[in-house]
Design a protein around this ligand. Structure first.
Ligand SMILES: Cc1cc2nc3c(=O)[nH]c(=O)nc-3n(C[C@H](O)[C@H](O)[C@H](O)COP(=O)(O)O)c2cc1C
Length: 416
C-alpha cells in the first residue's frame, strides 16, 4: 500500500505456506470464527458488523455485503457460494487469494454461512485454475481433519462444510444465476431476475453468492471491527481493492490499494509508470465490460462511486493501460470479438447484437467503415442494454460509448 498501512486481503499471501494449516493459524486463521463462538455473537449481530463495516461486493457490482446477507430468506437449507469463476479478461486477483491464503476464504465462507444459517458452501472455481483447486482442496481437507469444517465447529451448534465445483470456461458462468445452473448440472444459462438467489437460488433454496475477495475481507472485519475497516478507503467505499495492472506499464501485476486511490497513483506508483517513458493515452478500467478513460481521468478516485461519476465502473478492478502508440480501434474490436464468442445465445438481443456489433466493428477496423456506422453501433448496444436477459448483453454498451466519447476521431478516420 502506498501509505504503508498493512494490507488486508493479501496480508498473508506469499508469506505463509498455503498448504500449511499450522502456518495459517499462526497468522490468525479461524480466530474470527473462534471469537464469534467464544463471545456468542448472534448471526444477526455478525450481519450487523458486516453492514457497519460498509463492505461492498468485490465481484463487480459493489452491492453491500451485509445487506445481501440480511435479505437472504430464512429456510432450513441455505447455501453459500463463493464465486471464484474469475473469467474477466485481465483479472487474476481471486487466484492469488485462492492460491496464497485458502484458509482465509474457508473462514470467510464459514462466517457467511453462520450469518445466514447455511450449513453447506460451494466454491465455484474456473477449471483452468488447477493450482487454485488443488490448494483449496488441500486446505478444505486439512480443516476437516481437525474439525474446523464439519459438525459442531469449535464445539458449537454450528456445522458447515465446503465442496469445490469446477467451471468449464464460459464467461457467463461467472454471472451468479448461470453459475447456479452450472452447479445444478445444467447448461450455464442465466436466469431471469427476480427472483434473486437470496430468495430462490441453488436447488431453489435461498443462496448467498459472494466473490472471493469479498469473503476474504470478512474475517479481519470480525476480528478488528467495522471502524478499523472504515479507516481504509472512502466513506462510501471503505476498505481496499486488489487491482490488476496490465498493458503498457513498467511493472504489470497485482496491487492491494485503498479504495479511492487515484488512477495516476495506480499507474505511476504501483505500476512503475507508463512503459519506456511513453505518454499515457488512456486505460480500460473494469475489464471487458468496463470503460475506456482518458488522461483527464487520471486524478479521479478508483472506487465504485468515483468511477460512476465518470460513467465508468470499477468492475473487477482490472486496469489495462495504453501508451500513445496503442490503437483503441483494435482494442474495441478485441472486446467485441470476446462478447460475440462469450454470448451464451439464450436471448436473441445478445446473440444477434454481439454478431452485428462485431461485423460493423470489423468493417471499421479494416478501413471500410461507412457513414452512420458509429451511430449504428450505439443504437444496437442501446437496444441490447434495454432488452438482453442478463448483464452480459446489457453491458456491451459501456466500452463502446466510452471509446467513442474519448477517442472518436480515431474511429472516424477509418470511415469514408
Ligand atoms: C457476465 C458476468 C460475469 C461475471 N463474472 C464474475 C466472476 O467471475 N466473479 C465474480 O465474483 N462475479 C462475477 N460476476 C458478478 C456475479 O454475478 C455476482 O454479482 C457476484 O459474484 C456477487 O458477489 P459480490 O456481491 O461479492 O460482488 C459476473 C457477472 C456477469 C454479468
Amino acid at each position: 500500500m502506498s501509505n504503508n498501512k498493512p494490507l488486508i486481503v493479501l496480508a498473508n499471501s506469499g508469506l505463509i505456506d498455503p498448504n500449511s494449516l499450522e502456518q495459517a493459524i499462526g497468522v490468525g486463521a479461524y480466530s474470527a470464527m473462534a471469537k464469534i463462538v467464544e463471545e456468542a455473537i448472534a448471526p444477526s449481530d455478525v450481519i450487523g458488523i458486516v453492514k457497519a463495516s460498509g463492505l461492498r461486493g468485490r465481484g463487480g457490482a459493489g452491492f453491500p455485503t451485509g445487506l445481501k446477507w440480511s435479505f437472504t430468506a430464512k429456510d432450513e437449507q441455505v447455501y453459500i457460494i463463493c464465486n471464484a469463476d474469475e473469467g474477466e479478461p485481465g483479472t487474476f486477483k481471486d487466484r492469488l487469494i485462492l492460491e496464497g491464503d485458502p484458509h482465509r476464504l474457508i473462514e470467510g465462507m464459514m462466517i457467511a454461512g453462520y450469518a445466514v444459517n447455511a450449513t453447506k458452501g460451494y466454491v465455484y472455481v474456473r477449471g483452468e485454475y488447477t493450482l487454485s483447486i488443488e490448494r483449496m482442496q488441500t486446505a478444505i481437507n486439512a480443516a476437516r481433519e481437525v474439525g474446523l469444517l464439519g459438525e459442531n465447529i469449535f464445539e458449537s451448534d454450528f456445522s458447515f462444510d465446503i465442496e469445490i465445483k469446477k467451471g468449464a470456461g464460459a464467461y457467463v458462468c461467472g454471472e451468479e444465476t448461470s453459475l447456479i445452473e452450472s452447479i445444478e448440472g445444467k447448461r450455464g444459462y442465466p436466469r431471469l431476475k427476480p427472483p434473486y438467489p437470496g430468495a430462490v437460488g441453488l436447488w431453489s433454496k435461498p443462496t448467498v453468492v459472494n466473490n472471493v475477495e469479498t469473503l476474504a475481507n470478512v474475517p479481519p472485519i470480525i476480528v478488528n471491527g467495522p471502524e478499523w475497516f472504515r479507516s481504509y478507503g472512502t466513506e462510501k467505499c471503505p476498505g481496499t481493492k486488489v487491482f490488476t495492472i496490465l498493458g503498457h506499464v513498467e511493472k504489470p501485476g497485482l496491487v492491494e490499494a485503498e479504495m479511492g486511490t487515484s488512477l495516476q497513483t495506480i499507474i505511476d506508483v504501483h505500476g512503475g509508470g507508463v512503459k519506456d517513458g511513453k505518454a499515457f493515452k488512456g486505460a480500460l478500467v473494469g475489464g471487458s465490460a468496463g470503460a475506456f478513460v482518458c488522461p483527464d481521468c487520471l486524478d479521479k478516485p478508483m472506487d465504485f462511486d468515483g468511477l460512476q461519476e465518470l460513467s465508468a465502473v470499477l468492475g473487477s478492478g482490472a486496469v489495462l493501460v495504453f501508451n500513445e502508440d496503442a490503437s483503441i480501434v483494435e482494442m474495441l474490436d478485441g472486446i467485441l470479438a470476446f462478447f460475440k464468442h462469450e454470448s451464451c445465445g439464450q436471448c436473441a438481443p445478445c446473440r444477434g447484437g454481439t454478431q452485428a456489433l462485431k461485423t460493423i466493428m470489423e468493417r471499421i477496423r479494416d478501413g471500410h467503415g461507412v457513414a452512420g456506422d458509429l451511430d449504428k453501433m450505439v443504437e444496437v448496444a442501446t437496444s441490447m442494454q434495454a432488452t438482453s436477459l442478463c448483464p452480459l448483453g446489457q453491458s456491451v454498451i459501456l466500452p463502446i460509448t466510452s471509446a467513442l466519447q474519448h477517442f472518436r476521431p480515431e474511429f472516424e478516420a477509418l470511415i469514408s
